[in-house]
Design a protein around this ligand. Structure first.
Ligand SMILES: [Zn+2]
Length: 195
């Protein structure tokens, strides 16, 4: 009986280490995926996803019960001698819910200057959506909250320089090119067939 041919290389340790590294990598990937899906990661995850999205071409009117036809084109209208109107005014009874036009992250909730009580939402394509002259903010809404389109941000009012005017939401969009007129996008949404 001949002795078994002598192996010149023992592959077992290499194979074992390959299997071990594959398992470790797999475990790390699973762990990373699990962490990415956790509630505490919703903020960075949403920001990442928003940054990869295009600015929406169509947007719903962000005031409950108001149709696009009721929104006047006041983009660029003179406001005093130095300013022009960088948005649309959406008139509705005081207290009508203001709903986020997009998914996004609430970047600021504050009361200041011309806009009065206002909410800023960072939306798809990193555009900043500005909701101003609110009567009040939605209860429990906080900065850094992730919102979905349709979530209540606040209520129509006359805060800021809207005092003395009929209650309305001033809605503005600011992108990388500066202020963008929301109205064509509201009209685009109105032209889409009902789903
Ligand atoms: Zn306005």
């Amino acid at each position: 009986m001949e002795p078994a041919p002598r192996r010149t290389h023992d592959y077992a340790p290499a194979a074992r280490s390959l299997v071990t590294s594959t398992l470790v990598l797999g475990l790390l990937a699973t762990l990373a995926y699990w962490a990415w899906r956790q509630p505490f990661m919703i903020h960075p995850r949403t920001l990442w996803e928003l940054s990869r999205m295009s600015p929406p071409a169509a947007l719903p009117v962000p005031v409950e019960g108001v149709s696009t036809e009721a929104v006047a084109d006041t983009w660029g209208a003179a406001r005093g001698s130095t300013r022009s109107h960088e948005g649309v005014d959406i008139f509705a009874p005081r207290g009508t819910p203001v709903r986020s036009a997009t998914r996004g992250v609430v970047s600021s909730i504050r009361e200041s200057g011309l806009g009065g009580k206002q909410v800023w939402v960072l939306g798809p394509g990193m555009e900043r959506h500005y909701y101003a002259h609110l009567d009040d903010w939605a209860e429990g809404l906080d900065e850094q909250d992730v919102v979905q389109a349709g979530d209540t941000l606040g209520y129509v009012g006359t805060s800021g320089n809207a005092r003395g005017t009929p209650p309305h939401l001033h809605y503005g969009i600011y992108g990388s090119q500066g202020a963008a007129d929301p109205l064509p996008r509201l009209r685009a949404a109105a032209q889409q067939p009902e789903s």
